[in-house]
Write a protein that binds this ligand. Sequence first.
Ligand code: FMN
Length: 317
Amino acid sequence: MEGVIDAHARTLLTARPGFDWTVTEFVRVVDARLPPRVFHKHCPELAVTPPATPSGIPVQLQLLGSDPAALAANARQALRLGADGIDLNFGCPAKTVNRHDGGAALLRDPRRVEAAVAAVAAAVGDAIPVTAKIRLGFSDRRLALACALAAQRGGAQHLVVHARTRDEGYRPPAHWEWIGRIRRALAIPVIANGDIWTLEEYWKARTLSGCRDVMLGRGALADPWLAPRIRHWQATGEHLPATPWAARAAILSDYAAMQHSTLPERVVVSLLKQWLNQMRGRDAEAARRFATLRRITTLDDFLEGLAATQDEMPLAG
Ligand SMILES: Cc1cc2nc3c(=O)[nH]c(=O)nc-3n(C[C@H](O)[C@H](O)[C@H](O)COP(=O)(O)O)c2cc1C
């Protein structure tokens, strides 16, 4: 997730069993072949072959663009640098990206989805899989099925469907039943995405979509134990207890240490606020800490505020 889940976050989120694979933030492709440093920046895991997090979970490289030739050239570049799979982003709703004809903008014309996927699939041949991620459409869902079929025709080996249109942004609800329609029409695996925050929602998304697999986005940040919780439940039928504050604080301070090895303090503090902000909607203690810590500017104070016992925290104003 762009600006949110980078290699450090991937390392932490995959430290316990849960995820089968992960995807990088999108690499924005315009018209030229990007230099290797851009790929290494988005995917430091390219340092190992095949790219994987330290706990061995595969990392796919995501490209976002609209020009088939440029996407193909960059896919070849990624392959040369050791990428083990290319995912194509047709879901990004950002205005600047869409204005420049990227992300969900292509969902207005299924032929363009097909052309992009086909160009990348031809560029990498049988060497590595090409996959795609779509929303249900741009303004409405009329082309949802056509876009999904276009991605399949282009050669996508699986399709992730974020169950909202671009205009719906991130507003609930996610229309999981629409993913089911797409799944039934496609021969390739379809992966359900959108608004899975809890084990119960995981189950509901699976039931309504009929998909075997789901992709977690914000839910994994809100509760870094969501994927392990799902995996544990699959294996044992047991529900893990709610994630305690101390575990959340520990993952945030590990994240701070990793980020601070390369980034200035103020950037690290802002990244921490961003992650805590994702947690606060789903956890009362995270909400209480966020209310106090959002005004903090130094890393030491922020880390102290995370580590403080619940009694030591001032009441949020
Ligand atoms: C801040 C932010 C950045 C995102 N960046 C990406 C991205 O780079 N590539 C991508 O495929 N999806 C991206 N997404 C979309 C998520 O992967 C996911 O499809 C969406 O948030 C719905 O799933 P969720 O409800 O589980 O978060 C991003 C979402 C957010 C909120």
